[in-house]
Write a protein that binds this ligand. Sequence first.
Ligand SMILES: [Zn+2]
Ligand SMILES: [Zn+2]
Length: 140
Amino acid sequence: MEKLTGSCLCGAVRYEANTKPIMTRACWCRTCQHLAAGSATINVVFSTEAVYITGELSDYESTADSGNKMHRKFCPKCGVHLFSQAEVRPHILIVRAGTLDDQKDVKIDALIWTSSAPAWAHLDPNIPHFEKQPPAPTVK
Ligand SMILES: [Zn+2]
Ligand SMILES: [Zn+2]
């Protein structure tokens, strides 16, 4: 895979990742439904040290359904959410797939918090489901 790059909607925040993602998960928790305007968020999981970010970010801190204190980072100009990070796992950075310049290599490995998904959600039966929080991704 080539280097992955991405940005917010207005372009004030840009990033590039110099390694492959660890995994990608679609999250249907209620917080993600707010962030993604109704749908799941598609979360590409990276080792934090692999992602180089430029531009100013705002940080919204909240407690997730998992009980983890989360930092959700967004562009203060256009409001697009790009990253999230659990306070207990600073070595893992989650990138929202919609901000990638090229999503063709993104493949969803798991659907999480499916118990919170609305009745109209399409949950691909070929992808593993987790009703709530699955185990944390391991960084090799
Ligand atoms: Zn922006
Ligand atoms: Zn979520």
